[in-house]
Design a protein around this ligand. Structure first.
Ligand SMILES: [Zn+2]
Length: 373
């Protein structure tokens, strides 16, 4: 039996990972072309939605493109199909290909573009470079029969509850007695209708970032054996995790700027990179920001970076960095293509878990407009 995932279900899962409210103000994200209300045979993850990518999608029979760069960013004043932009959108509509964009929300998301880039560079224990969003903490308290406590703890942990620093699955557990009387029309997991029941229960407490509340509550209630799950949710006054653009952290071993430049080229699979600074100077603390990081040179300096890796570097910004003693490596904007594997891996896990026959592919078209000669 072929069971294709619905577009809505795919995006709902994707948004648990890269929620829309992570995006910076004014960004153009979400559903941009077509509909999500349809079964999806094939989803393609792409960095850019330019005409050759759309041709590739048509050729491959793709129903849904999840892209990092929005296809519609500035308001459209006309849609002329005798010009490349209008023609590209025309092709999407004619072939019923939906385009969904996850831009700065995917940059910010833990495990998104910037984390993938930091990981590729081998930067350890990274922090956010530019804070844009604070995810407040919440606490869930749930009462579970003793024999089911472990499965509920596990499900909550898997959903992301109980992350404290490098610890995961953190909970606090107290034993007690749950007392209840099942009424008419119930089908109790324990006990019988009309009779008072005393059950050895565990009260499990765990914290989680508010943005994943739905996911945590769903995982918890699904794993819980009761029809009516007794749980409380609390807002917390302690500060939540800071999210944002870019990452900063340290290399395992320091190296010269020249060696680091080569390392960047290799990590991102690019033929060339522009480098600012003394090639013999040592590099240990690295800031990285996918896309255009010109605005954030001061943040990189302020946070003590030796070198800042970003794209689209301007001449005058490079001058400023050079005069401040901040080294820079610009491997280009296209290195954000690293998101394709990350997002495809995440979607594939969801598809496999639910035994959908939907296929997940990544765009193979090289969308880097620049070549080195
Ligand atoms: Zn970008």
């Amino acid at each position: 039996m072929m069971k294709h995932a619905n577009g809505q279900a795919i995006i709902q899962t994707f948004e648990a990972f890269s929620p829309k409210h992570y995006a910076v103000e004014g960004d153009k994200i979400g559903l941009q072309v077509g509909t999500l209300n349809k079964p999806v045979k094939k989803v393609m993850v792409a960095l850019d939605v330019i005409e050759p990518v759309v041709d590739e999608a048509i050729e491959a029979g793709v129903d849904l493109i999840i892209a990092h760069h929005p296809i519609i960013f500035k308001p459209i004043k006309s849609l002329r199909t005798d010009q490349v932009y209008g023609r590209t959108i025309e092709k999407l509509v004619k072939h019923d290909i939906t385009v969904y964009a996850a831009h700065t929300n995917l940059d910010v998301a833990p495990g998104g573009v910037n984390d993938l880039m930091a990981e590729a560079l081998g930067i350890k224990e990274t922090e956010v470079l530019v804070e844009t969003f604070e995810d407040p903490l919440k606490k869930v308290v749930v009462y579970v029969p003793e024999e089911n406590a472990q499965q509920v703890r596990e499900a909550m942990g898997q959903a992301g509850a109980g992350h404290l620093g490098n610890y995961s699955h953190c909970t606090f557990n107290t034993k007690g007695t749950g007392i209840f009387r099942p009424g008419e029309g119930t089908d109790p997991h324990i006990g019988e209708k009309g009779k008072m029941e005393y059950v050895d229960e565990v009260k499990i407490e765990s914290v989680f970032p508010a943005s994943i509340e739905k996911r945590v509550v769903r995982a918890m209630t699904n794993a819980h054996p009761y029809e009516e799950v007794a749980y409380d949710l609390y807002e917390m006054a302690v500060p939540g995790s800071k999210l944002g653009l870019g990452r900063i952290g340290e290399l395992k071993n320091e190296m010269t700027l020249k060696e680091f430049g080569e390392h960047v080229k290799e990590a991102f699979g690019v033929r060339g990179a522009r480098v600012v600074g003394d090639l013999d100077k040592k590099v240990k603390k690295v800031a990285v920001l996918g896309g255009d990081g010109n605005k954030y040179v001061n943040q990189a300096l302020f946070k003590g970076a030796d070198v800042f890796v970003t794209g689209d570097l301007y001449y005058h910004v490079a001058h400023d960095a050079m005069m401040e003693g901040l080294m820079m490596v610009d491997p280009g904007h296209n290195v954000e293509k690293i998101m394709k594997q990350g997002v495809a891996g995440f979607l594939s896990a969801f598809i496999d878990e639910n035994k959908y026959s939907t296929e997940v592919i990544t765009s193979k078209v090289n969308t880097d407009p620049f070549q080195f000669i």
